[in-house]
Design a protein around this ligand. Structure first.
Ligand code: ADP
Length: 493
């Protein structure tokens, strides 16, 4: 199959979260299955033109009332090996020649985002015309590329047999239902679609324009990134007011678990950790990583203290309110009452950044690094004994899979992809790969971390067995890519 990934992010070019990892890793895995996969994304300001090839001639993109002009650059996705994956970059100075993907710290959501991404979606079709390559599948991701589905259904495909996209089918993957791209209707005219489409495609949302919602109505197939999250999002509690749409489309809506990029996230080949390790020498490899981690965070070297790691965006979805909320969060009591060390890598909401810095200044066993650090994130996975992820909701979550692969036991809330990838510790039988709790509140986090710490001091053989069990699990993309290929085939049928 010919597959075009239309995405606002792809590793290593632009990343704000798991979406970027997924797009590149899935593309590589699909190419290995023999498919012709290509990626199109915006050329953000930070992507240096010097390393890219320019496609000859400018490209016109018809938008409402005007034609935009852009250049298209291309490159080959790094690590795509024997089956090189072309990445096309849409270059438009006014929309993408600025710092930030969706915004900046001082303007988190650019005012012109609906126009930036409507233009980007439309340009994907012009790219295909330019290179004379028409995909069987247009695979879009989250609200920034959701309008691809609308343009296909209401603009390109209605042209019938004359249109180049007559046989193209569309898939929309929801990576996080919490982000929908809701903007004022005054932005709609720029999309260049009629008002009939505004209502028929489902843009309408309480007198606003909802880009994801239109994508959910218009795509041929929908999926999200874990089976459990697919079920949860059909309920009012987790549906972010789109549960009705997802129930309406439930025949076409499924969950496919993300894999992890085992070329990057694998302790046997990880260049960021002091000693590579596998199941057979995990104890030694992890002990060295733990020392290095303690050193880099300025904690005393101590192999007997359980070390809890956390890598996260500091935002409400990740349970940071219950953990770090001033006055009620449980991190303070956890660090005061338990014989542990705790390290955190993250960035996000400023109240939370300030709070964790303040905790680090008052607690001898809690350290943080505010910022985004790829190298440190690998060292934390390798050097930690436990990995904390008390998410309010989690579409899939990558870190709990990374941590199992690196032999750190996840302590997670029983939700979404965490439910699908972690097995709760059974202290009677010793079964399990992590520790889980149901309700998200400070007491539940405290209790469950306490349970894990208890097991560390009282059930060490079971902890060691769980560690190896986690490391042996198969989280590779191969299995998930086969499921995506089946999904594509089902919409071509
Ligand atoms: P989400 O996409 O909701 O943020 P995921 O667990 O699916 O959560 O993916 C997060 C990805 O971003 C992981 O690869 C994680 O290691 C990485 N990450 C998050 N914050 C940081 C940070 N401060 N430094 C380095 N990597 C980070």
């Amino acid at each position: 199959m010919k597959i075009l990934m239309v995405s606002s992010e792809a590793q290593p070019y632009a990343k704000t979260g798991g979406l970027a990892d997924m797009v590149s890793a899935l593309s590589i895995a699909l190419a290995k299955l023999g498919h012709d996969v290509r990626i199109v994304m915006p050329r953000y300001y930070n992507i240096d033109r010097a390393g890219l090839d320019l496609l000859e001639g400018p490209v016109g993109v018809p938008m409402g009332g005007r034609e935009e002009w852009c250049a298209i650059y291309s490159a080959v996705l790094p690590d795509s090996g024997k089956r090189p994956i072309p990445v096309y970059f849409i270059d438009h100075e006014q929309f993408f020649g600025r710092e930030g993907i969706y915004g900046t710290p001082w303007e988190p959501d650019f005012l012109d985002n609906p126009r930036r991404f409507a233009f980007f979606c439309r340009s994907a079709f012009q790219l295909c015309r330019k290179i004379d390559w028409f995909p069987d599948i247009l695979h879009s991701h989250d609200w920034p590329s959701a309008m691809v589905n609308v343009y296909l259904k209401f603009w390109e495909r209605p042209m019938g047999k004359e249109g180049e996209f007559f046989k193209t089918a569309s898939v929309l993957t929801v990576h996080n239902l919490g982000y929908q791209g809701i903007y004022g209707k005054d932005n709609y005219a720029y999309a260049g679609l009629g008002w009939d489409v505004f209502y028929n495609a489902g843009f309408e949302d309480w007198d606003m324009m909802n880009l994801l919602k239109a994508g959910l109505y218009s795509a041929d197939k929908l999926n999200t990134v874990s089976p459990h999250y697919a079920e949860e999002t059909k309920t009012q509690a987790h549906g972010f007011h789109l549960d009705g749409v997802l129930r309406y489309r439930s025949a076409d809506y499924s969950g496919i678990l993300n894999g992890i990029d085992t070329a990057v996230w694998n302790p046997a080949g990880d260049g960021y950790i002091p000693q590579k390790y596998t199941v057979s020498n995990a104890a030694k490899g992890k002990a060295r990583a733990k020392e290095a981690l303690q050193d880099s965070f300025g904690l005393p070297r101590d192999k007997d203290l359980p070390l809890i790691g956390m890598i996260t965006r500091l935002t409400g979805q990740k349970g940071v309110g219950q953990l770090f909320g001033p006055g009620h969060g449980s991190a303070w009591s956890i660090c005061q009452d338990m014989k542990i060390q705790f390290v955190l890598l993250g960035s996000g909401e400023s109240w939370c950044e300030n709070e964790v810095k303040s905790l680090a200044s008052r607690l001898p066993n809690f350290r943080c690094h505010i910022g985004y650090r790829e190298d440190l994130s690998h060292l934390i996975e390798a050097g930690s004994d436990f990995f904390l992820m008390p998410s309010l909701y989690e579409p899939c979550g990558l870190n709990q899979m990374y941590s199992q692969a690196y032999g750190a036991l996840p302590i997670v809330r029983n939700t979404g992809g965490l439910t699908d990838t972690v097995e709760n510790f059974d202290q009677e039988t010793g079964e399990g790969t992590g520790f889980m709790f149901d309700e998200l509140n400070p007491q539940a986090i405290y209790n469950t971390v306490g349970w894990a710490v208890w097991a560390w001091y009282n059930r060490r053989p079971q902890i060691e067995a769980m560690r190896l069990r986690g490391m042996k699990k198969d989280f590779s993309w191969e299995r998930s890519a086969k499921k995506y290929a089946e999904l594509y085939e089902s919409c071509l049928r």
